[in-house]
Design a protein around this ligand. Structure first.
Ligand SMILES: C[S@@+](CC[C@H](N)C(=O)[O-])C[C@H]1O[C@@H](n2cnc3c(N)ncnc32)[C@H](O)[C@@H]1O
Length: 313
C-alpha cells in the first residue's frame, strides 16, 4: 500500500494497482466491500406518504419527463430544489461561434418553445416543485436574461417569496463575436422560499459557512466563478453544464447534511454530484438518456475515487 496525502492534508492509504475499470461498471476492486451509502438515507416519515404516491428513492436519477415523474410523488418530500431548466434559447439557425473555444451552443429540441409554451411549461414544473418541496424549503433556479424574467413573473404570480437573485459572473466568458453588444458574461440564480411573501420564514441559509468561505467577510450575491473546466467534461459534454464549484456553493449555502435535494432538469448531474460530495441526498430527473449516462458516469467515478482512499486507523 502507498501512503499518500489527501487534499485536506490528512494521511490516507491508497491501495496499489486498482483493477482496470470502465466508468458505469462495477469496479471489481470494490466487489468485496459492502456498499457504503455516501449520505445517510432519508428516513421516510410515515405521515409524509400519501396513498397512491410513490416515494422517490434517495440518490437516484430518474429518466423521464419531469412533470410526469413528479406527479407520482408525494407532497412535501424534499428539503430543497436546485435546478437549471431549459433557457429557451435554441433557434433553427446556425449562430457564430469560436472554433477554438470549449463553449457549446444549445441547439436542441428540449430548449425550443414558443413564448406561451414556455410560460405554461414553467408554471407546471414550478407548481410541481412547490408541491413536492417542504414548506419554506429553498428553491434555486438558474437562468439567463432570456428566461429568468419569465420565470420570475410566474413566481410572482404564485406569490412565492424571492430571497435573492445571485449573479454568476464568468471571468472567462466567450467573447462577443458580433461586436454589436456587450459580452454576455453572467447568469442569474433566482433563490425562492417555498411559501408566500407573507408567510415565508426560517428558510435555510448557512450564513457563517458562507462568511468563512469568503475570508470572514459577508458573502455577496455576486459570485465570480469560471466556466465549467474541461476536467469536469471528461465523461461527455452537456451544452449547459454548470461548474461544480458553483453548485457546491449553492448546496452548502441552502441545505444541510442529510437533506434531500431534487433537481428536475438534471442534465449531466452537476447538482447531484455536488450533493453527493457534500453528504446531501439527491434525486434527479432527466429526460435524455445520453445526459443520464454522463451523470451516472460522473457519480460512479466520484464514488470510486472516494473508495480508493481509506483513512488509516
Ligand atoms: C439547462 S440543462 C441542465 C444542465 C445541468 N445543470 C448540468 O449541469 O448538466 C436542462 C436539462 O433539462 C432537460 N430537460 C428538458 N426538458 C425536460 C423535461 N420536460 N423533463 C426532464 N428533463 C428535461 C434537458 O435534456 C437538459 O439536459
Amino acid at each position: 500500500m502507498d501512503k499518500v496525502t489527501s487534499s485536506r492534508g490528512d494521511r490516507k492509504v491508497r491501495m496499489q494497482n486498482p483493477s482496470p475499470w470502465q466508468p458505469g461498471q462495477v469496479n471489481p476492486f470494490d466487489l468485496g466491500k459492502p456498499y457504503q451509502p455516501v449520505a445517510r438515507p432519508l428516513s421516510l416519515v410515515a405521515e409524509e406518504r400519501t396513498p397512491n404516491s410513490l416515494c422517490p428513492l434517495p440518490n437516484q436519477l430518474y429518466q423521464g419527463d419531469s412533470i410526469d415523474v413528479m406527479s407520482a410523488w408525494p407532497d412535501r418530500f424534499f428539503n430543497a430544489c436546485v435546478t437549471d431548466p431549459p433557457y429557451n434559447i435554441a433557434r433553427n439557425r446556425k449562430g457564430l461561434s469560436w472554433a477554438f473555444s470549449s463553449h457549446v451552443t444549445i441547439d436542441d429540441n428540449w430548449d425550443r418553445f414558443t413564448r406561451s409554451e414556455y410560460e405554461n411549461f414553467t408554471a407546471k414544473w414550478l407548481s410541481e416543485i412547490c408541491r413536492v418541496t417542504k414548506e419554506n424549503g429553498n428553491i434555486f433556479i438558474f437562468g439567463s436574461y432570456h428566461n429568468i424574467y419569465a420565470i420570475g413573473a410566474i413566481a410572482a404570480q404564485m406569490d412565492l417569496r424571492v430571497i435573492n437573485s445571485i449573479i454568476w459572473a464568468k471571468p472567462n466568458a466567450q467573447p462577443n463575436i458580433t461586436c454589436r453588444m456587450f459580452t454576455e458574461s453572467t447568469e442569474q440564480i433566482l433563490w425562492l422560499c417555498n411559501n408566500t411573501n407573507k408567510n415565508a420564514k426560517k428558510w435555510t441559509f448557512n450564513y457563517h459557512h458562507m462568511k468563512e468561505l469568503n475570508n470572514n467577510k459577508q458573502m455577496r450575491n455576486y459570485w465570480e466563478i469560471p466556466l465549467t473546466p474541461m476536467r469536469e467534461r471528461i465523461h461527455g459534454k452537456h451544452p449547459s453544464q454548470k461548474p461544480l464549484k458553483l453548485m457546491e456553493r449553492l448546496v452548502l449555502a441552502g441545505t444541510n447534511t442529510g437533506d434531500c435535494v431534487v433537481d428536475c432538469f438534471a442534465g449531466s448531474g452537476s447538482t447531484l454530484l455536488a450533493c453527493d460530495r457534500l453528504e446531501r441526498n439527491w434525486v434527479g430527473i432527466e429526460q435524455d438518456k445520453t445526459y443520464c449516462n454522463i451523470a451516472h458516469k460522473r457519480i460512479d467515478e466520484e464514488r470510486r475515487q472516494r473508495r480508493l482512499f481509506v483513512t488509516t486507523p
